[in-house]
Structure formats: structure tokens, C-alpha cells
Design a protein around this ligand. Structure first.
Ligand code: GDP
Length: 367
């Protein structure tokens, strides 16, 4: 190929030689305009995932490139999975560049939650993680909430310069940029969006009015997210689509909650108290006696306790125990990518289980 062709979906260079390699498009696709690689085509039309070959090193290179360029960095996190979707190394690369932090999927939080409180929480958490964002916004890229304000801020802070949009896979970065494109130009759905992590492969350039550009960088895979441990049908169950309805469980000591078969919370000691669960409304929560929990899990994983569905149980890593004593009031026990459980009073001793490799942590309550 003499002229380099770029996929409109993910920005990768198109090649027609090797079907298994990134950027493949059948020769017939080259006659179409715009050109789309097979991987994006499949995602777009069949919602089907293909392996991504972006390595952590590739991503570091991209971050390094951004570090050297001049412009505004817009970092997107998934508010439902704040820590799981955090890019830990970013602050080391951005230098003195302005960063806007955007919390996406705010439509999932219960309506009663005050957004100002959440943005305060985000600012403080960002600082604790080493990033000093210039400003923080809450949006729903899907529903359009907060987009006008975020776009106005991007325009103000970029000051005529380029914009780099970064975020780990599945935070809704493509949806966010698609919406910007739509609002700015009236054209919808230029980038692929899907349920599946890893959809945006190479930096894609979107021209802005004044000769600058907005760059969509590929999403890095944060390996500790639950999304990478379940199959695509189960991912649909654990990914909330609508406002989360918190479920409150009054637990006695030595009781256990199972979150499908993907996670488990043992309440060891601290007196009878409420535990408030913020997870996908479709995820089945099962309460049992702690004494029975191991046996129940062994017998009913993939049946009563699902997801994972039966055929996928063997691929799920074993659950690993994390012991916590909750010392502060209003603490969240977070299961990366699955949600969290809030405990309002200090003094509880709990054991939180998640598949080996999935992040489990305590944090100051988001809500
Ligand atoms: P990317 O990998 O970061 O580019 O993420 P996508 O744009 O492909 O979105 C990942 C998933 O999040 C898809 O299932 C989207 O429908 C969903 N999503 C994106 N934005 C929102 C939002 O504002 N609210 C909710 N609830 N889901 C969203």
C-alpha cells in the first residue's frame, strides 16, 4: 500500500495482508468510504470483541508522547469504578500541563446524591493519588448530562492548544468523544463503542475548528478490573445500565453476602449493623450464615451463585480473602468494577473476597 489508510473507528493503520494482526480489513473494505478495520466493523455491527494487542509498554510510550506535547489533558474515570479506572502513572507524565478530571457515568449514582459532594470527593481522591486536576466534572456521556459544561471547560482551558483525552478501557471515553463530535459537528457515532474493554486502539485525531486537534488515546487495560475476569454475557449483568438502587442488608455477626459468585463479604464482628450495597441492580445478592458459605460456594457456584455462568466457572480465578477492620465512619469496601458496600459506623471486622487479581480496597465513602 503506498498511501497509509487509517481506520475511522480506532485510528489504527489499515493492512490487508494478515487477518490475525491489528488493522486488518478485507480488500473490499478499502473501496468503501470511510474505511473501517475488521475489528471495529465487528464491534460496531455485532458487538463482538476481538483481542487487543496494546501492551502496557505501548501505553507508556503514548503517555510519554503526551508528556512531551503541549496541550490540555482530559482524564476520564468511571465514577462507578473510580479506583479501578484510575491511570496510576499519568501524573508523572503530564508535568505542568493542565488536567481536567471527568467522572463519567454519573447517571448510575442514585438521584439523591449531591453532585457537588462527589466532585469534592474526586478532587480530594485525585490529590491523594498524586494528580492535581485544574477542575473536576461529572458527566454522563451516554445521556448527555454535564457535557456542555465539560466541553466549555475544555475549550477554555485548552487555550487554542490540542486536547488529549485519556482513560482506561471501558470508562466511556469513546462515548464521550462521540458526543463531543456530535454536538460540535452534528455527526454521530464516529468511534466504536461497546460493552467490552479495549475498543480504542491507536491515537485518533479529531480536528477542532481552530486548527488544533482533539486526540483520543487508546484505553489501557487495568488488569485488576472485574471486567477482565468474566465472559461477555456476565459482563452485561455486572455492568450497571441505570441508576443504582442501593440494597441495604442488616447483618448479624458471622453472616455472609455473596455477590453472584464473583465476590463475597463476611461480616465477622462489630454487632448488628447495616451494610449498603451499590452494585448493578441485576446482580443477585445472596445472604447466608458464614459457617455455610464455603460449602454453598462449592456446591452452587454457577447456579444459585451466578455470574459466572456454569460454563465459565472453571476460568474464574479462586476467591482470595482480604481482611479489613473499618476504623473510620462512612467507609466503602470496594470490589473493583463490581461496585462497593458502605458501612456507616466504624468498628466492623470484615473479610472481603474477590477473584485472585481483582482489586479490593477501603476508601472514604463516595456517597
Ligand atoms: P471506552 O472503552 O472508554 O472507549 O468506552 P466506551 O465508550 O466503549 O463505553 C464503555 C461502556 O460504558 C459501554 O457499554 C457504554 O455504553 C458505557 N457508557 C459510556 N458512557 C456511559 C454513561 O455515561 N453512563 C453509563 N451508564 N454507561 C456509559
Amino acid at each position: 500500500m503506498s498511501e497509509q489508510m487509517i481506520c475511522i473507528g480506532c485510528g489504527v493503520t489499515i493492512q490487508t495482508e494478515d487477518e490475525k494482526k491489528i488493522g486488518y480489513a478485507p480488500p473490499s473494505a478499502l473501496e468503501k468510504d470511510p474505511i473501517i478495520c475488521q475489528r471495529c466493523f465487528r464491534l460496531k455491527h455485532y458487538n463482538e470483541v476481538q483481542d487487543v494487542s496494546l501492551t502496557d509498554d505501548d501505553f507508556l510510550n503514548i503517555l510519554h508522547g503526551i508528556g512531551q506535547a503541549d496541550g490540555l489533558v482530559v482524564k476520564i474515570v468511571d465514577i462507578f469504578d473510580f479506583n479501578g479506572s484510575w491511570l496510576p502513572g499519568l501524573h508523572r507524565f503530564v508535568g505542568k500541563k493542565d488536567v481536567l478530571l471527568v467522572g463519567n457515568k454519573v447517571d448510575l449514582l442514585p438521584k439523591s446524591v449531591k453532585h457537588e459532594k462527589v466532585t469534592q470527593w474526586m478532587k480530594q481522591s485525585a490529590r491523594e493519588l498524586g494528580l492535581q486536576p485544574r477542575d473536576v466534572f461529572l458527566v454522563s456521556a451516554n445521556k448527555g448530562y454535564g457535557m456542555k459544561e465539560a466541553m466549555a471547560a475544555i475549550d477554555e482551558y485548552r487555550n487554542g492548544k490540542d486536547v488529549y483525552v485519556v482513560g482506561c478501557t471501558n470508562v466511556g471515553k469513546s462515548t464521550f468523544i462521540n458526543r463531543i463530535i456530535k454536538e460540535a459537528t452534528g455527526k454521530g457515532n464516529v468511534i466504536t463503542t461497546s460493552y467490552f474493554p479495549g475498543t480504542t486502539l491507536d491515537m485518533i485525531e479529531i480536528p477542532l475548528d481552530d486548527g488544533s486537534a482533539l486526540y483520543d488515546t487508546p484505553g489501557i487495560i487495568n488488569h485488576h478490573q472485574m471486567a477482565h475476569f468474566v465472559d461477555k454475557k456476565d459482563l452485561k449483568v455486572i455492568t450497571p445500565k441505570k441508576e443504582i438502587k442501593p440494597k441495604v442488608y442488616q447483618l448479624n455477626e458471622q453472616q455472609t453476602l455473596f455477590f453472584g459468585g464473583l465476590a463475597r463479604l463476611d461480616y465477622v464482628s462489630g454487632g448488628r449493623r447495616p451494610f449498603v450495597c451499590y452494585m448493578s441492580n441485576e446482580l443477585f445478592i445472596h445472604r447466608t450464615k458464614r459457617d455455610h458459605a464455603d460449602e454453598l460456594y462449592e456446591k452452587h457456584l454457577g447456579e444459585l451463585l451466578q455470574p459466572p455462568r456454569k460454563s465459565y466457572c472453571e476460568q474464574l480465578p479462586p476467591l482470595v480473602a482480604h481482611h479489613f477492620t473499618l476504623k473510620e465512619p462512612k467507609t466503602d469496601i470496594v470490589f473493583s468494577g463490581l461496585g462497593w458496600v458502605t458501612c456507616h459506623e466504624p468498628g466492623a471486622h470484615v473479610v472481603a473476597y474477590a477473584p485472585k487479581g481483582v482489586g479490593v480496597m477501603l476508601r472514604r465513602s463516595l456517597i
